[in-house]
Design a protein around this ligand. Sequence first.
Ligand SMILES: NC(=O)C1=CN([C@@H]2O[C@H](COP(=O)(O)OP(=O)(O)OC[C@H]3O[C@@H](n4cnc5c(N)ncnc54)[C@H](O)[C@@H]3O)[C@@H](O)[C@H]2O)[C@@H](O)CC1
Ligand SMILES: Nc1ncnc2c1ncn2[C@@H]1O[C@H](COP(=O)(O)OP(=O)(O)O)[C@@H](O)[C@H]1O
Ligand SMILES: [K+]
Length: 513
Amino acid sequence: MKIFTAQQIYEADKSTIVNQQITSDELMERAATQLFTWLHSRLQGAPVKIHLFCGIGNNGGDGMVLARHLQEHGYLIGVHVVTYSEKRSQDFLLNLDRLKERKIWPNFIGPNDELPKIDKEDIIVDAIFGIGLNRTPDDWVIKVIQHLNNSRAFILSVDIPSGLFVDKAPKNEDSIVRANHVLSFQAPKLIFFLPQTGIYSNQWEILDIGLDRDYLNSVDNVYELIGKNEVLPWYKPREKFSHKGTYGHSLIIGGSYGKIGAVILASDACLNTGSGLVTAYIPTCGYIPMQTALPEAMVITDTNEKMVSDIQFDITPTVIGLGIGIGQDNITTGALKEFLRTNKTPLVIDADALNIISKNKEFLKMIPAQSVLTPHPKELERLIGSWQDDFEKLDKAKAFSKQYDLILVIKGAHTITLYNGKGYINTTGNPGMATAGSGDVLTGMITGLIAQGYDSLRATVFAIYLHGRSGDLAVEQCGYQALTASEIIDFIGDAFLDLFNVQEGSGPQEEME
Ligand SMILES: NC(=O)C1=CN([C@@H]2O[C@H](COP(=O)(O)OP(=O)(O)OC[C@H]3O[C@@H](n4cnc5c(N)ncnc54)[C@H](O)[C@@H]3O)[C@@H](O)[C@H]2O)[C@@H](O)CC1
Ligand SMILES: Nc1ncnc2c1ncn2[C@@H]1O[C@H](COP(=O)(O)OP(=O)(O)O)[C@@H](O)[C@H]1O
Ligand SMILES: [K+]
């Protein structure tokens, strides 16, 4: 699903008005009627007090229309207009008049006015600012926003939580509404998925307001949301006359004394993702545990007992997963440099291999093009330097990926894969996955898909989806706290099967049949 900038949404608005031959007022009516239908179907006429806090732009206009529909259906409403500017939008004014015609007199709030009392059992509709916010609200408006946040009432935000910018980071945390639920028009917004801004939308939902499809399809978007619909068309079925050679040979290089388990997890995940063959390259101390824990994997040992010291092997792997549990000893750093100097096989680089590379930036040029780097936030910072906010992080990461022609994964609650100026935002996964070794599992999964012939970018985005889905399916059985990396591996098979699990609304399955 595409994610649009504010500018693109305004363009979509305009082209909808032209191509569907409607007025902007009719579009607002359509959008706000959807808000009403959502709320009405849940409240069913309940006598709860609904406070609508409206701005003076089109987000406020949506609030005005909603107020009218609620009143017509007998709801107990209070309409408050936060008069933060003289420049009232036409559609706001039109709908304000319609309210007045129905004898509803809004309470106009200015800089020195007393704020209405809100009980915690009430509902707040937040329609103060939408995607038009272009500077931090004035201090007195921030006080209004704080009043809403402090009320402990349920807050339903229209389009986005008021106070958030769509395309940049907020400057003042107090200026943002903390929404319990956001009803966002037409498409999800990037801010829902970034750690700094995502916290203001506890839950969000999209309302399809029928914006011009042709325009939206033609837009060149930077970010895309990845769900089942996006990954399913990439799935490669197993061929009847195939053999294990068809599905590639993965080599997992890593491990050190006390961290052999990381390689076991990655190798196991790689096999479960469908790699035809998996070989682990580890220090000698790992030989017996590895062979015992994972009989399906082959093992090549380094000459060193406790760490990787000289990477030599006589196999021809399709892809190499590198760095899990490898440590940062000088001997290993030397081995890595020597290996990168001659290696031409695509790499998936994780953990301490990333840390070694961060300390020796000259190694970066030796990495084959379109290899994959999977840092968690700390590793990313070592790699690309610090950032002021999430937007700067994305820009720096995109530039880094372009400079070295690498696929860069930013791991987190919504893992984002960056390549060639584009970003792919994952939708699966849960906080139970914040557990030791879950990153090792991901490295094994990405490696396993590349081995099977998926191009590196698709393999990465697809593996991240499957990894999160495995975690989601596992958590249903064991709960968040008990979820371990091994459990994620146990559910990889189910995550694949789930791709073909036809449920209501899962469109692409129908296309497959
Ligand atoms: N295509 C869509 O998605 C539709 C959008 N609609 C609504 O329209 C909204 C956007 O409306 P607007 O563009 O009028 O913008 P907003 O209603 O978000 O903001 C109002 C105006 O206030 C001014 N402003 C910005 N920051 C300010 C600040 N800190 N202090 C004082 N004034 C400030 C700006 O001039 C801005 O246009 C959307 O979020 C959505 O709710 C709907 O009405 C219908 C269709
Ligand atoms: N709150 C969360 N929600 C969803 N996924 C998460 C969350 N926390 C962590 N993860 C996922 O778990 C993995 C953790 O990777 P990493 O930090 O490298 O772990 P480790 O080093 O222990 O293997 C990443 O894929 C990340 O996206
Ligand atoms: K809002």
